[in-house]
Design a binder for this molecule. Sequence first.
Ligand code: NAD
Ligand code: ZN
Ligand code: ZN
Length: 344
Amino acid sequence: MKAVQYREIGKGPEIVEIETPEPGPGQIRLRVTAAGLCHSDWFVMGLPEESYTYGLPLTLGHEGAGVVDKLGEGVEGIELGGSYAIYGPWGCGLCHACAQGRENYCPRAAELGIQPPGLGAPGAMAEYVVIDDKRHLVPLGDLDPVEVVSLTDAGLTPYHAIMSSKDRLYAGATAVVIGVGGLGHVGVQVIRAVSAATVIAVDTSEEKLELAREVGAHHTVISGPDAARRIRELTGGRGAEAVFDFAGVQPTIDIARETVAVDGDVQIVGIGGGLMQAGFFSTPFGASVRNPYWGSRSELMEVLDLARVGAVDVHVERYSIDEAPEAYARLHDGAVRGRAVVVP
Ligand code: NAD
Ligand code: ZN
Ligand code: ZN
């Protein structure tokens, strides 16, 4: 089968022909119907050899959807031909966090060597992918897999961050969304869908700000040294009750710190490597800072239901497997509008 792999440190993604994987006992093979590209793939492919822990070659694709194609020994209760989204942050399945469906916070996954597909285990950017357990599949029903595959990460991750700050998103409150890329453009829509808060979107690119307005942002602010002052102005000096930073670089974390309101939340979602100092004389009274990771199984179901009722709509650029390197180059250059999706 064809697959998109990261094979050599420092060298980008490559198209290769590899053997079609067989599902082992308890596993399920999907014929991939869609796989999304995430900026985290570039984080992984940018790591130096000494801090790279994902194995080589790595089949990319931690946003995946597919049709059940073959069942491993002992798998029951799942039909061949069914259409599913893949829940990516796999955990041990036995601990307290996993019992709550919050496998993204499984404290044992690392020690057990359990890694998500596309971030250690072979991912979905291929014609077929093998899933470890049927609990990692969420039925899509009539949803178009190409339209919704990115909700498995670009939807689930902002949804999880936003729902954990939902008590800050009361009517009259302000939410700031920094970085209106794959995650951010879904984040704006989720805030609009689950709250009556006013949304201010921030990005370095005018085109991304236009996309932000299109998907429901009330105000847009160009990123830079003047952004914090502008946000203070738009909130009558109060600041924002919740700030979601989908870039996470030092300049955006500084904007978050300078704009969070008293008793407000900062959620650092982007892994740009910036740091935020929290404490008296640095952050306002009562402010919280959090670095959320991905989301829970039930939250994936919920964000798919938001798509089902038309409250969330991913802006998708479609590519074939052969075009994946070109799509990755566009993502690297900030040229993707919404999310790039490979359709094998
Ligand atoms: P993307 O490239 O699609 O979007 C990033 C956006 O941020 C772009 O619109 C870009 O113009 C904007 N941006 C960059 N620098 C900026 C700045 N200084 N000020 C304002 N905006 C700026 O990326 P994505 O796939 O949406 O991922 C966003 C980030 O989230 C990445 O760092 C990614 O690795 C991370 N991520 C984290 C999790 C998690 O679980 N925490 C999950 C998925 C992705
Ligand atoms: Zn991702
Ligand atoms: Zn666990």
